[in-house]
Design a protein around this ligand. Structure first.
Ligand code: 3H9
Length: 707
């Protein structure tokens, strides 16, 4: 333990100054060893009469990434961080935080408890705890309002967004422009503090003027975040904690903060959001390559198809400074595609997100060609053409002819068999799936699909490239629809079947919306176009033809020309120019007629049944996917669902949600629907063997390790 503490925190005395440095790679998390080390070194410095001031800084790139999130579930948090900060704040010698790099969460809270703070202007600081389903629990909600002002602190704490140190002039006693001068200038500042009598300035002595934080400030803030905070537990607790900073002296405010912190920490949302934090990072840990696997250079990218998808994909690369050549066989289509991209960029510029120069720089990276020969020198080509196997095969055989050796040949297919596509080339080892989600320039998810023969260096290159274009990549295997679209199929099927059985579309949508999805499945179907699902069903008859009720209501609507929002009518009706769904009784009539034809008894369905029947079969499909090795771990599925389908992050993704409510609950419900829904139940509600096995063993999906 001694050696560990020594390593996590070191002290170098420089004359009258004790320089205490944290060194806990990779992010200087405030793990137990750091907390113990800090206490020991601060105490030793206080006991040493030759020391007049104490500096806390770090030996790493970051000052600190905050509390060690992986310790939260252990329950072993002693000595806790507030105890460390208490020691700092009440020290009789000045303690100065020198932030040599970003400080987040508990890291910033360490600095706030110090008597002086120094950093460089462009450094980033923040209190991102809200993203973990909690709130700053080591004084951040009480000290930041005292230093930065209530409005600024409220926004930082509730949004969780980092800000530049220079935006917080009242928090920092010295802001240095050049980071390289930081230590020198900081030491000069500390010498001066000593020369001026080593005065200790405690944040707890600052009293907030209540006039600076009237009740309306909080009321307005609550109103302002209502939409984005819908369903989340911790933002409201963050606000309450900041309110306490205005109303209470520091000691009492800290007590209140502690209570609210524990309330959040014990919530399922905190578990879910912390699970998701690690899930997102774990997605890049894959066993298909290692450190020794080489990476191919991607200096130029080709994209086939300049439609909505191709254009969106192209923008990602241009945004990252990578030149793109887009192929369309007709000049007109190419011109149109490039014009749409320019319009998108111009709109961003109008909103102030880009400068005019940024728009021009990005457009300059985008070129077009109408000839496959124009793709001869690209390092990666991504095909985004019509979702039909014959078309994809033709494209890949052409790419095989024109692309240079070593080029990566990628398909953006969302459903088709990548191995069959790869077989259209003489180099299947270079073929991979890069499944972007629409709108491709916005959605964070990238499903990277490995074929049977995709080589390790191609996988590694694509996983790393994803980071460069700011996507979260999840590696998956080949099956119809891969992970995301395969799991959405039972969700869509059930939402349609529930209408046949007597639920109203708006009832289904409300329950799913209240569960936390951005919209219900019927609204989503109308927005995407009901014809899309219809065409997929046509091509998958072998999978569904044994069920005559399969999406019959959806089929009837499409056959009647009601394909959704784009024509003003689908499951709902839409007034011209409006996206607001209006319930249509004639859809219920269609459902009634079809139910009679199929001998399906219509009935009142409970909210619980609707929710379970939409979500549990989706989870069940996830269990098959896991068992088949299409996803390597359940957390990968969660990342796909949160970033690709808007599954509420506060539920952690479908697999974490199932783990949280208990796999026995999901398993038992699947069995119950299998047994109570007649033939239909037998067709679609058989629990996956892995779900059964884990439920019987009292385990979680997260426990599952493939043999
Ligand atoms: C808190 O402070 C509570 C207090 O208010 C109250 C306490 C009483 N803990 O993201 P990266 C791991 S709550 C443990 O790829 P980057 C991460 O999993 C905390 N582990 O690096 C990854 O591991 P692996 C508030 C952590 O350079 C590795 O470090 N703070 C932590 O792209 C590299 O991470 C936050 O919410 C942690 N705190 O970004 C900040 N942070 O290599 C959370 C990271 O095995 N952290 N790891 O996959 C971040 O936002 C980013 O990691 C950061 C660096 C911006 C710091």
């Amino acid at each position: 333990m001694e050696a560990e503490n020594q390593a996590a925190v070191v002290r170098q005395n420089q004359g009258e100054i004790a320089l205490i440095l944290m060194q806990n790679p990779p992010v200087n998390a405030l793990s137990k060893a750091v907390r113990v080390g800090l206490i020991e070194e601060i105490q030793a410095s206080l006991d040493d009469d030759s020391i007049k001031a104490i500096v806390i800084s770090s030996q790493q790139k970051l000052f600190s990434g905050g509390a060690d999130i992986s310790e939260f579930s252990s329950g072993n948090l002693e000595p806790n961080l507030p105890a460390v900060l208490d020691l700092i704040e009440n020290a009789q010698k000045p303690v100065i935080a020198v932030l040599n790099g970003p400080a987040f969460g508990g890291g910033l809270e360490v600095a706030l408890s110090c008597h002086y703070r120094i950093t460089f202007s462009d450094n980033k600081v923040g209190l991102p705890e809200v993203n973990l389903g909690i709130l700053p629990g080591a004084g951040g909600t009480q000290r930041l309002p005292r230093l930065a002002g209530v409005a600024t602190a409220l926004d930082m704490i509730v949004s969780g967004k980092p800000v530049s140190a220079k935006a917080l002039p009242t928090v920092f006693d010295l802001l240095v422009s050049d980071p390289l001068d930081l230590l020198n200038e900081a030491m000069g500042f500390v010498q001066q503090v000593i020369a001026d009598g080593a005065i200790v300035k405690r944040v707890k002595d600052i009293v907030i003027d209540p006039a600076s934080a009237p009740a309306e400030l909080f009321a307005q803030y609550r109103q302002g975040i209502a939409k984005q905070a819908r369903g989340f537990f911790s933002p409201e607790r963050c606000i309450q904690a900041v309110e306490a900073s205005v109303e209470l002296p520091l000691a009492e405010g800290l007590k209140k903060e502690g209570e609210l912190f524990m309330e959040c920490m014990r919530s399922p949302q905190a578990r879910a959001q912390q699970h998701f934090f690690f899930a997102e990072r774990a997605a890049s840990h894959v066993s298909d390559f290692d450190k020794t696997t080489p990476v191919r250079e991607v200096k130029k990218v080709g994209i086939i198809g300049a439609g909505t998808m191709g254009g969106g994909i192209a923008m990602n690369f241009a945004n990252a400074g990578i030149p793109v050549v887009m192929l369309e066989l007709k000049q007109e289509a190419l011109d149109k595609g490039l014009a749409v991209i320019r319009k998108n960029y111009t709109n961003s510029a109008k909103k102030g997100k880009l400068t005019e120069q940024d728009v021009e720089n990005r457009m300059a990276l985008l070129n077009g060609t109408t000839d496959y020969a124009g793709l001869a020198d690209v390092d990666l080509v991504i095909e985004a053409v019509f979702e039909k196997m014959e078309v994809k095969e033709q494209v890949f055989s052409k790419l095989d002819e024109v692309c240079k050796q070593g080029a990566i040949l990628a398909s953006n297919t969302s459903t088709l068999d990548l191995n069959q596509i790869a077989a259209a080339t003489s180099r299947p080892q270079d073929v991979i799936g890069l499944h972007f989600f629409s709108p491709a320039n916005v959605m964070k998810l990238l499903e990277v699909v490995k074929g049977d023969e995709t080589s390790a260096d191609v996988i590694k290159t694509c996983m790393q490239l994803a980071k460069k274009i700011r996507k979260v990549a999840v590696l998956v295997g080949v099956c119809f629809g891969f992970v995301g679209n395969r799991m959405i199929e039972p969700y869509g099927r059930e939402s349609n079947r529930l209408i046949l059985e007597g639920a109203t579309p708006e009832q289904v949508d409300k329950i799913i919306y209240d569960f936390g999805m951005p919209m219900g499945p019927n609204t989503m179907g109308d927005m995407a176009g009901l014809d899309i699902g219809y065409f997929v069903r046509q091509s998958r008859q072998e999978f569904i033809s044994h069920d005559p009720s399969y999406c019959v209501v959806g089929n009837r609507l499409v056959e009647d020309g009601r394909v959704g929002l784009k024509v003003g009518k689908g499951i709902y009706l839409y007034e011209s120019g409006s996206r607001k769904p209006i319930p249509d009784p004639s859809v219920l009539e269609i459902a009634k007629q079809e139910a009679e034809k199929l001998n399906v008894a219509q009935r009142d369905l409970s909210d619980e049944e609707i929710l379970e029947r939409c979500i549990f079969p989706l989870i069940n499909e996830g269990a098959y996917i896991l068992e088949e090795g299409i996803a390597a771990k359940s957390s990968d599925i969660d990342v796909i669902y949160v970033y690709g389908y808007g599954f509420p992050v506060y539920r952690g993704g479908p697999m974490q949600y199932a783990d949280e409510i208990g796999l026995d609950k999901v398993y038992n419900a699947m069995c119950q629907y299998r047994d109570s829904l007649g033939e239909y139940g037998k067709m679609w509600f058989e629990p996956a063997p892995l779900l059964k096995q884990l439920a019987e063993q009292g385990k979680k999906f997260a426990d599952y390790k493939p043999a």
